[in-house]
Design a protein around this ligand. Sequence first.
Ligand SMILES: *Cc1c(COP(=O)(O)O)cnc(C)c1O
Length: 396
Amino acid sequence: MYNDFQKHLTAELQAIKDAGLYKEERVITSAQKADITVGKGDKVLNFCANNYLGLANSPELIEAAKKALDTHGYGMASVRFICGTGDLQKKLEEKISEFFGTEDTILYTSCFDANGGVFEPLLDENDAIISDSLNHASIIDGVRLCKAQRYRYANANMEELENCLKTAQAQRHRLIVTDGVFSMDGNVCPLDKIYELASKYNAMVMVDESHSAGVVGRTGRGTTEQFNLRGKIEILTGTLGKAFGGAVGGFVTGKKEIVAMLRQRSRPYLFSNSIPPMVAAAGVRMFEMMSETNALQDKLHSNTDYFVKKMKAAGFDIKPTQSAICAVMLYDAPLSQKFAARLQDEGIYVTGFYYPVVPKGQARIRVQVSAGHEVEHLDKCVEAFTKIGKELGVLK
Ligand SMILES: *Cc1c(COP(=O)(O)O)cnc(C)c1O
């Protein structure tokens, strides 16, 4: 029975390999942090995790998680509406609302689920979703599951957005959807202009804060802090899997009626397990830490500025960034792979990206800066980039 299908898959897999697109996974044997151990024991500095605040191995979060294991056990073994709602999950939802200055919050197992479940219960064929062309895969999938009319505008292109909004006056309700930070370039969405257009054309706005929460804005409250729009955006989504500890979990936060409707009708919420108590407890502790001190954001911002300045001074072509993502442009796909491999020999762990992840001829190495990095880590990274850059003829 399996023979034909096996042949089919083997051929497809070989085609992926032949195209040079086969993804190999590198094995990390230490905890996730700035200096990690990979493969057979190589020590490398990690510059490709979403661990923006360095919290993935935080002693405080580990302690909070351990305590919750003792008081609340291991798992919930239920969806939220049957018997999967614990005091810790409720408390985490409150903390998220406080952090973003929103009315209410609903937790999901991931932001992929949050984005997958947010559109379909709220909008139907009478409505319009207007989406940035570089939005995350989970937004694209969520929109596909919803019957609303679809519009798409080129990344951060406000003229195209305005045209979409004009056409979408034919629909009942309009929702503009954008990533807060676009993960391949590190640019922040122009939320001030988006909000202005939304007001002018009677549209709501949704921002996915996955790469911006904890990072963007002086205190890391995300794009609504950066653009002084706290409490004004109808829907924010985000993840606990990046800056906020890096474990697992996602959320929708925003207007209370929206959250209330999602609790009634959002399928990944209704039909998937509750996040475990230890993750909720560590999340609560994490948001407490965020309100006690701004030290991590300050360190992240100064690390990012330092790194970008040094890389530019070394002669690299760096995409303008307003986040902790720093795209080192190499343009050539094979070069990006060779460069990343040579960096790993030098103890710097990064990933090279090329088409179709980024546009053709736009290959790059994405460096992700963290508050977990020390200045000597950043210096080592710039030194290694400079050495390999000269070796491969990228730098003169
Ligand atoms: C990472 C990411 C997600 C997915 O988050 P998970 O919690 O890991 O599922 C969703 N949206 C954006 C923009 C992301 O960067």
